[in-house]
Design a protein around this ligand. Structure first.
Ligand SMILES: [Zn+2]
Length: 476
């Protein structure tokens, strides 16, 4: 008598995109045990791996495998798209490490040391950020963009910070679309019109519901943010620092929706141009759109009108990779969201791309942190600070002389680097996001000391010389 060999691949139960929230609750599904240590973006989890024994929702083992599966999938979404030699920011170490229970909050962040996920109990339900693959993929997206473009981390600019947030949501979207069952589900839900709101365009439904309990107007009615939106570009210098979710503000997550909204329409346009509008065609469209975005962020100079430069470089990348096949879809999407003015969209012609091509082809990921940034020093007293404060303003030379739409018609005249940086600083203070150590505060300082408000920035002694500098701690 012989014993039948069991050769089945070990599996774990995971959520595919988000736990969801009633009435749209998602069911865990079995996935193969995820591989974390893969190139070029190895990931790790600080806790020891539990036995893959099919643990379900509500257990730490389940949370571990959901996070591991999402980390692995996000790393494998971007890995094939980035230039050879791309690696995590050096301070993150060889493998990007996730900490799944970092404290009490409804949030998560990336801080160049790793990924930190918080949790909180709301109305009797434990909402753990690490249990949402969309949140895990969003934070991993911050780390990927930091690997490609470290200059964006400290840039004092609402538009570059918002592009980071859009990249995070795009990371969540593309990571979801790597799963065939989700591609099939979203095609059914949208009847193949991917511009429409769907399970993959709605970000972090469960976290959104939890935040809504305490802050009813801070998030969308059915999720945290939705890439299916109609927000039209305004220069963030002229927007209020915060506002309800149905308005546009200069707060980076709010303003990110202008760019992520255009990206969803681009994906929909590229999908329509595939030979077959089926799940395989959607997988191809997602890869093409992701590749054009990676090409663009590597090559686009860090400038005040950053959205327009990234948009122009996506159109240029398509010209170089695909002979301009998807140019009309991209121009249309960027125009609909005001990221490119009509004149800007029509200015990026084939000869123009050919003329600027050499510089774009030479662009490489990483590089010096300060490259393209210029120091802007402001009086500390206006901000309740004892010494002059230095900001890193975006000031590279534009490759394409293009800009976003002015709602009144024509193109916006981009603000100068000094105005961009000081407006950004003022907004950070108005939102209570800056940590100022006691020794640097004046008697009239207005520092927000609430332990519940995450400080994304801090004022610290300038590494370069005299005075103080504004530095970023994390992207949440
Ligand atoms: Zn973020």
């Amino acid at each position: 008598m012989t014993v039948q060999q069991q050769t089945a691949t070990p599996t774990v139960l995971v959520y595919e995109d988000d736990p969801g929230f009633p009435p749209r609750v998602n069911m865990p599904v079995p996935h193969p045990v995820p591989q974390l240590d893969t190139q070029p973006f190895p990931t790790a989890i600080a806790d020891a791996a539990p036995q893959p024994d099919g643990a379900g929702p509500g257990t730490e083992a389940f949370r571990y495998w959901v996070a591991a599966d999402a980390l692995s999938r996000a790393a494998q979404t971007w890995g094939p798209l980035v230039p050879t030699g791309t690696q995590w920011h050096p301070t993150a170490g060889r493998a990007l490490t996730a900490h799944l229970d970092a404290g009490v909050d409804l949030n998560a962040f990336y801080d160049r040391k790793g990924l930190w996920f918080f949790r909180s109990t709301v109305a009797g339900v434990t909402v753990a950020a690490c249990e949402s693959p969309e949140i895990v993929a969003h934070e991993t997206g911050h780390a990927v963009l930091d690997a490609l473009r470290p200059q964006l981390f400290n840039a004092a600019s609402a538009e570059t910070a918002a592009l980071h947030e859009a990249f995070g949501d795009i990371s969540a979207l593309l990571t979801s679309l790597r799963l065939e069952p989700l591609r099939i589900a979203v095609l059914a839900e949208t009847q193949s019109d991917l511009e429409l709101s769907s399970r993959v365009s709605r970000m972090a439904e469960q976290l959104g519901a939890a935040i809504r309990q305490g802050h009813p107007n801070a998030v969308d009615p059915d999720c945290l943010r939705n890439m299916a939106n109609s927000f039209f570009y305004r220069d963030p210098v002229h927007l209020p620092p915060s506002g309800p979710a149905n308005t546009l503000s200069s707060e980076p997550h709010s303003f990110s929706r202008v760019f992520s909204g255009a990206f969803l329409k681009i994906l929909a346009g590229i999908f329509r141009q595939q030979d077959l509008q089926d799940q395989a065609g959607l997988a191809t469209a997602a890869e093409i759109a992701g590749q054009l975005l990676v090409d663009a962020v590597v090559a686009a100079p860090v400038v005040s009108a950053y959205y327009a430069q990234v948009a122009g470089h996506m159109i240029a990348a398509d010209q170089r990779r695909n002979g301009g096949r998807y140019g009309p879809s991209m121009r249309s999407a960027f125009i609909r969201h005001g990221i490119l003015s009509l004149e800007a969209a029509t200015a990026i012609t084939e000869p123009e791309v050919a003329r600027r091509g050499a510089g774009m082809a030479e662009a490489t990921p990483g590089g010096s942190e300060e490259e393209g940034l210029t120091a802007v020093t402001v009086h500390g007293t206006s901000y309740g600070i004892t010494q002059p404060l230095t900001l890193s303003a975006p000031a590279q030379e534009r490759r394409f002389g293009i800009a976003s739409s002015d709602p009144a018609g024509g193109s916006v005249r981009p603000a100068d680097p000094e105005q961009v940086a000081t407006s950004y600083l003022e907004d950070l203070f108005r939102r209570g996001r800056v940590h100022v150590p006691e020794e640097h505060r004046t008697a009239a300082a207005f520092v927000d000391d609430s332990p519940f408000r995450l400080k994304t920035h801090e004022v610290t002694r300038s590494a370069a010389g005299e005075g103080l500098a504004l530095v970023r701690r994390c992207f949440d």
